[in-house]
Write a protein that binds this ligand. Structure first.
Ligand code: AMP
Ligand code: DBH
Length: 547
C-alpha cells in the first residue's frame, strides 16, 4: 500500500540530479541510523538511570511503530509530538519515520497557542504529549484539539493520565496476533526524496511556520556535520538544549552522534550543576549550548571541583544567537575545551568554524557553510552582491536548505528570490575565505538567548486585548540573554498594567519565553515615512533610556 505523499516544495530537477550525482543525496531513509547501526551492542542513549543500545533503539522503535500501526496510524499521516529531553523523544521519532508518518516536534516550552497552530496546519492523526507538561495534566487541551481536528484519532501521553494511553505501555506491547516482524512488513519509511518530518521556524510572522525536511536533505546535513565535527564511536554528546531544536538534533546533534555510533547523554536543561555531573559520570566529549548558557557554565566553572568535572569535554559548540568575542575567548581558557561556533537555521544552511581554524576565525566568525554545495549570496537591499567584508542580507540555497514553508504561499513569495535562494533575514559579513559574521537582522524577530520570538505574533495577541490600541514588540539589549523583549503599547484603558497583560497572554496559551520582559506605555507609536511602526526609533529610545 503506497501512502499519500505529504505536500512540500521540491528542489528543481537539475539541482536534485546534481545533489544525487555528487553523493549528497543517497536515497536512503534516516531510519538507517538505527536499523543499520554498525554495532548493535554499543550504547546509543543515556537517560537518567536508563541506557539504550543501538539494538534496543531499533527494536523498541519498531515495536512502537507496530503498536501505532495496530491503532490505525499509517504512512502519510502526521503527528504532533511534544516531549521533554528523554529517550522516548528519539524512540518516537524513529518509530514514526519507520511508519512513514511525519511528526512535528514542538518545543517543551510551547503551550496551547503554538500547539494549536501546528495542529491546524498539519491536521495530525496522532498526538503525543507528556503528563509532566502542565498543558496535559488533565484532558481538557487534548479534548479541545480533538474537537478542532477531526483527523486526530489517537492521543498518547508519556506518564499516567486518566484520559490517554501511556506511551510507555506501547513500547513494551506485544500482541501474539500481530507479531512485530510481520506487522512491520506492512509499513515503510516515506521515500527518501519525500517529507520525513517537519522542523519549526523561529518565525517573524503572525503564525509559527513549519519546515518540511526530506530524508535526503536532512540526512545529508547530519552526515556532513558529523564529519566536520569528527564524531566517532567514542563521542559522548551532552544534549542539554531542547532535543527537538535543530541545533542539538542535527548540527551534528543527536542524529550526527547516531551516524557515528557514539552516544547521547540527555540533560533536562543546560543548568551547570546537573550538566557537569553528567559530563563527569558519562565522560562527555561534546556539548552544544546557546551563548546565555555558556555564561552560566563559565560562572560555575570558577569552582575548581566543577572545572575538574569537565576533564573529558573536548569540544563546546556555541550557536543560536550572537556570541560575544570576549566570551568566546574565555571558553578554552576557563572550560578547558575547544570552541566551535555554529550559525544555523531550521530552514537548512548551517555554518561551522572548523576544528583547525585560526584563533581569529574561531573567536570572531560564525564559521563557513557545512557543504561545498551550499550557495551563499550576500546582497544589498536592491539584490546586488556586496563586497567582501561589507554588510548584506544572507541568501542561500543548497542540498539541505528547504524550498518552501508548509502551505504558506504568501510567506514563501516573500522569503525566496527568483533563483530559489532563501533570505533568512540575517545581516552578515563574508570574508574572502567564505567565513560569515552575523552582525544583525532585518527580520521582525527577537532572539532571546537563542529562543526566537516573532514580534508580529505577540503584537497581534496584544492588539486583541480590548484595552490596547497600538502594539510594537522590540528587542532590548540584555547582558545575560543577549536580547530581551519590550512591548511598546498604546492603551485605551489607562488602568491596564504589565501584570494583567502578562496574565492575559499566558491565559491565551502563549509560551512563557514570548511574554514581554518589559512594557512601555506611550501616547502613540512613531511611524516611518511610509506609515509603518518605526521600530528603529523604538529600539533607539529603549537603548537611550536604559543607558
Ligand atoms: P530558526 O529559524 O528558528 O531556526 O533560527 C535561526 C536563526 O537564529 C538564524 O537565522 C539567526 O538569526 C539565528 N542564529 C543562529 N545561530 C546564530 C549564531 N551563531 N549567531 C547569530 N545568530 C544566530
Ligand atoms: O538557531 C538555530 O536555529 C540553529 C543554531 C545552530 C540551528 O538551527 C542549527 C545550529 O542547526
Amino acid at each position: 500500500m503506497s501512502a499519500r505523499p505529504l505536500p512540500f516544495t521540491p528542489w528543481p530537477r537539475e539541482l536534485a540530479a546534481r545533489y544525487r550525482a555528487a553523493g549528497y543525496w543517497t536515497d536512503r531513509p534516516m531510519t538507517d541510523l538505527v536499523a543499520r547501526a554498525a554495532d548493535a551492542q554499543a550504547p546509543a542513549i543515556f537517560c537518567g538511570e536508563r541506557s539504550f543500545s543501538y539494538g534496543e533503539l531499533d527494536r523498541l522503535s519498531t515495536q512502537l511503530a507496530c503498536a501505532l500501526y495496530r491503532r490505525g496510524l499509517r504512512g502519510g499521516d502526521t503527528a504532533l509530538v511534544q516531549l521533554p529531553n528523554v529517550a522516548e523523544f528519539y524512540l518516537v521519532f524513529f518509530a514514526l519515520l519507520k511508519l512513514g508518518a511525519a511528526p512535528v516536534n514542538a518545543l517543551f516550552s510551547h503551550r496551547q497557542l503554538e500547539l494549536d497552530a501546528y495542529a491546524e496546519q498539519l491536521r495530525p492523526a496522532l498526538l503525543i504529549g507528556a503528563a509532566a507538561q502542565p498543558l496535559f495534566r488533565d484532558g481538557t487541551f487534548a479534548q479541545s484539539l480533538r474537537g478542532k481536528i477531526p483527523e486526530l484519532q489517537l492521543t498518547l501521553m508519556l506518564g499516567e493520565t486518566d484520559y490517554a494511553e501511556n506511551l510507555a505501555d506501547l513500547l513494551v506491547e506485544t500482541d501474539p496476533r500481530f507479531p512485530a516482524a510481520e506487522t512491520a512488513n506492512n509499513f515503510a519509511p516515506s521515500p527518501a526524496d519525500q517529507v520525513a518530518f517537519f522542523q519549526l521556524s523561529g518565525g517573524s510572522t503572525g503564525t509559527p511556520k513549519l519546515i518540511p525536511r526530506t530524508h535526503n536533505d536532512y540526512y545529508y546535513s547530519v552526515r556532513g556535520s558529523a564529519e566536520i565535527c569528527r564524531l566517532n564511536s567514542a563521542t559522548r554528546f551532552l544534549c542539554a538544549l531542547p532535543a527537538a531544536h535543530n541545533f542539538p538534533l542535527s548540527s551534528p546533534g543527536a542524529l550526527g552522534v547516531f551516524c557515528a555510533g557514539g552516544a547521547v547523554v540527555l540533560a533536562p536543561s543546560p543548568e551547570p550543576g546537573h550538566c557537569f555531573r553528567l559530563i563527569e559520570r558519562h565522560r562527555v566529549t561534546l556539548a552544544a549550548l546557546v551563548p546565555s548558557a555558556v555564561l552560566l557554565w563559565l560562572e560555575a566553572a570558577q569552582q575548581a571541583h566543577a572545572r575538574a568535572q569537565l576533564a573529558s569535554l573536548q569540544l563546546l559548540q556555541v550557536g543560536g544567537a550572537s556570541f560575544a568575542e570576549a566570551t568566546a575567548l574565555r571558553v578554552p581558557a576557563e572550560l578547558g575545551c575547544r570552541l566551535q561556533q555554529v550559525f544555523g537555521m531550521a530552514e537548512g544552511l548551517v555554518n561551522y568554524t572548523r576544528l583547525d581554524d585560526t584563533p581569529d576565525r574561531l573567536f570572531t566568525t560564525q564559521g563557513r557553510p557545512m557543504s561545498d554545495a551550499d550557495e551563499v549570496r550576500v546582497l544589498d537591499g536592491d539584490g546586488r552582491p556586496v563586497a567582501d567584508g561589507a554588510t548584506g542580507l544572507l541568501h542561500t540555497r543548497g542540498p539541505y536548505t528547504f524550498r518552501g514553508y508548509f502551505q504558506a504561499p504568501q510567506q514563501n513569495a516573500q522569503v525566496f528570490d527568483r533563483d530559489g535562494f532563501y533570505c533568512s533575514g540575517d545581516l552578515v559579513q563574508r570574508d574572502a575565505g567564505g567565513y560569515l559574521r552575523v552582525v544583525g537582522r532585518v527580520k521582525d524577530q527577537i532572539n532571546r538567548g537563542g529562543e526566537k520570538i516573532a514580534a508580529e505574533e505577540v503584537e497581534n495577541l496584544l492588539l486583541g486585548h480590548a484595552g490596547v490600541t497600538g502594539a510594537a514588540l522590540v528587542a532590548a539589549a540584555d547582558a545575560r540573554l543577549g536580547e530581551k523583549s519590550c512591548a511598546f503599547l498604546v492603551l485605551s484603558d489607562p488602568s491596564l498594567k504589565a501584570p494583567a497583560l502578562r496574565r492575559y497572554l499566558r491565559e491565551l496559551g502563549l509560551a512563557d519565553y514570548k511574554l514581554p520582559d518589559r512594557f512601555r506605555f506611550v501616547d502613540a507609536l512613531p511611524l516611518t515615512a511610509v506609515g509603518k511602526t518605526d521600530k528603529v526609533q523604538l529600539r533607539r529610545q529603549l537603548a537611550d533610556s536604559i543607558a
